[in-house]
Design a protein around this ligand. Structure first.
Ligand code: PRX
Length: 651
């Protein structure tokens, strides 16, 4: 049976918080009032309430040198201690921090006391390996507890982690290692995905032969997949032979609030990913604040589950730093939603009595397609709050999520934010805000959002414009690793001292914000950010390709899908007789170069690309074609008949 995805474009229902929910909610309307009265003092209060500062700060914000903000500048703290030791000291050492579920069905429950010990052991090993404050450590791991331990151990000693999603290729890993000049890589032999072991250590070996920087001294390897790996005795160490036997005595040092915490690479409008830099005190303040208030966290009773991989910002802020700073109990799941059966997630919800679930619209839409009988085979009554992130959630998916997963009465919060913002910026507050399906709704307390026209004037009425953040916020990026100029150009040049997010948005008559998608050459595939330029340069790197253009085409399940148009070199075209095989080869090539997430849905081999008289490719027309629409205005093309030719070829 398939569920009918009925169009809820006319969906105008509003959902009031239930009185019971509102009565017990963590957040209340007073948060907005306090932030409104004095935004900077509001964040200072939140930071003091939510975090432990070894040296209390006396200055809250320094914005004298925009766009370089300093928050809580003279304060000192240790991020890992805030996520671990202080909960143990407060008597919560026996509380489960992680209910880990491996894809093959193995499980581990890890308490705060155990996690603290493990992080201290790992911190000692890192120090023994010569990793010190400010050094970079690349982490390339599956979703296993050691991923969380590694991040926190790096943070504990004041080093900087750069987590690289396990689905990225050796080339992508190598360029990230080189850009950050990492001295250590933490990986696993392999991990489980879709019932099979996928190898990671061999990818690291390959990346290190491709790396040109030569910065890596050691590779620390967790045994997980039991797959065969090659071993370089001078460089490689097993986790179970080092971390497991290390001392769990470790005195943590406090670091300045602006001490760098991590770099996370994300796609921009050029071919080269940007290393987004986050620092300690402000980042942790906003991650903890939003995690507590947007998800209505009651740490003594809730079981929270964010399904994101730690390789993405959602995994950083809402698997590691926010939940652990708040002392939450959470589920960490290694595998895919449909292994070994399509109800796997719902089985986990039932088994661990998950009360808060945070996931992406693309996952919700895949479940919608499979039908409600799959989740309904499990008891989901423990759920009391649902969250969404990564792309706009269409009203029909929102309603399905609330009704089929949430039983029809619990809040759904749609959260807008970015790798760069570090934490949630726009969302309803459950128990406070009336919910509106399809809209991300309002700026969280202490955050200032506006919608501007291209020329910087405020957009009137319900017209769409560009989303900007008008005031600095605690978890804002502090820069692009090694490239302060690119940081200024990308985000601050357009509107002076206002942050340009790259998203289109409109505000409705109630003041609620609706996100309209990216306005630049960034695509959003299954909630993952991909750059058209990066995929184009990968295609062009193939010996057959003369020219390539990539567009993000609307896709019912993944939001957008990568569609490529490729012109083959004349010297090759004669040899390529089987077009289907050629496009398959190019799809495989992109997956190999960047990672499987970037594999184009379709590669069309064409003879021409639509160009303006000045030679600019008109991607808009290609998108029309890829989405099966009537091709738009072609009058600015150098050759107006070209779209007909391309369209005939694509058919
Ligand atoms: O276009 C917006 C979209 O995802 C982009 C940020 O991607 P990334 O840095 O990978 O972070 C994703 C997880 C925070 C944004 O520029 N986006 C994210 N959340 C939403 C969204 N679009 C609409 N609604 C959302 N809730």
């Amino acid at each position: 049976m398939t569920v009918q995805i009925d169009h809820a474009l006319e969906e105008i229902r509003r959902f009031r918080p239930s009185p019971e929910f509102a009565a017990n909610a963590v957040a209340d309307a007073a948060l907005y009032e306090a932030a409104q009265a004095d935004r900077v003092a509001f964040w200072a209060d939140q930071s003091r309430d939510l975090l432990h500062w070894d040296k209390p700060f006396t200055k809250t914000l320094d914005w004298t040198n925009p766009p370089f903000a300093k928050w809580f500048e003279d304060g000192e703290l240790n991020v890992a201690v805030n996520c671990l030791d202080r909960h143990v000291e407060a008597g919560n050492g026996d509380r489960v921090a992680l209910h880990w579920v491996g894809e093959p069905g193995d499980t581990r429950d890890i308490t705060y006391a155990e996690l603290t010990d493990e992080v201290k052991r790992a911190a000692n090993v890192l120090t023994d390996l010569g990793v010190g404050s400010g050094d970079r450590v690349a982490i390339y791991l599956p979703m296993i507890p050691e991923a969380v331990v590694s991040m926190l151990a790096v943070a504990r000693i004041g080093a900087i982690h750069s987590v690289v999603f396990g689905g990225f290729s050796a080339d992508s890993l190598a360029s990230r290692i080189d850009d950050a000049e990492a001295s250590l890589v933490i990986t696993a032999d392999g991990g489980y995905r879709k019932g099979k072991v996928f190898a990671l250590k061999p990818v690291v070996d390959d990346a290190l032969t491709k790396s040109v920087g030569g910065s890596v001294r050691n590779v620390l390897v967790v045994k997980r997949g039991d797959n065969e790996v090659e071993w370089n005795a001078e460089r490689d160490l097993w986790w179970h032979e080092t971390v497991a036997t290390a001392s769990s005595e470790h005195e943590a040092q406090a670091f300045e609030a602006e001490h760098p915490l991590f770099i996370l690479y994300t796609s921009g409008t050029t071919g080269k990913p940007k290393g987004i830099l986050h620092t300690s005190g402000g980042y942790l303040t906003q991650a903890a604040f939003t995690h507590r208030n947007v998800f209505d966290l009651h740490p003594e009773t809730d079981v929270y589950w964010c399904t994101a991989d730690v390789g993405w910002i959602t995994g950083h802020s809402y698997v590691v730093y926010g939940p652990l700073a708040n002392g939450a109990t959470q589920v960490l799941y290694e595998g895919t939603p449909d292994t070994p059966h399509p109800g796997r997630w719902w089985e986990i919800v039932e088994q661990y009595k998950v009360s808060i679930l945070y996931t992406a619209p693309t996952a919700i839409r895949s479940f919608m397609k499979l039908g409600r009988q799959i989740p309904h085979a499990f008891n989901l009554r423990s759920l009391r709050l649902l969250g969404s992130v990564g792309e706009p959630i269409n009203p029909e998916a929102w309603i399905w999520y609330r009704h089929v997963i949430g039983g029809g009465s619990i809040p759904v919060v749609d959260t807008w934010w970015q790798t760069e913002t570090g934490a949630i910026m726009i969302s309803a507050l459950p128990g406070v805000t009336d919910l509106k399906p399809g809209s991300a709704q309002v700026a969280v307390p202490g955050i200032s959002i506006d919608i501007l026209a291209d020329d910087g004037t405020p957009v009137e009425g319900e017209d769409g414009g560009l989303l900007v953040i008008t005031e600095p916020w605690p978890s804002m990026l502090r820069g692009i690793w090694g490239d302060p100029e690119r940081f200024k150009e990308t985000y601050w040049e357009k509107f002076g001292d206002k942050y340009f997010a790259g998203d289109g948005a409109r505000r409705d008559a109630d003041g609620d914000i609706w996100l309209l998608g990216r306005v630049d050459d960034v695509m959003n595939v299954s909630g993952h950010r991909l750059s058209t330029a990066e995929i184009e340069s990968s295609l062009v790197a193939h010996p057959w390709t003369a020219e390539a253009a990539v567009v993000g085409a609307a896709d019912e399940t993944t939001g957008q899908a990568v569609v490529a148009f490729v012109i083959l070199k004349a010297s090759q075209a004669a040899q390529v007789t089987d077009v289907a095989a050629a496009s398959e080869e190019l799809r495989r090539h992109v997956a190999g170069q960047i990672g499987a997430i970037a594999r184009p849905r379709q590669v069309f081999i064409v003879n021409e690309l639509p160009k303006t008289r000045s030679g600019k490719i008109m991607r808009r027309l290609l998108r029309d074609l890829a989405e099966g629409r009537e091709v738009g205005d072609t009058t600015t093309l150098a050759d107006t008949s070209i779209m007909q030719v391309i369209s005939d070829q694509v058919k």
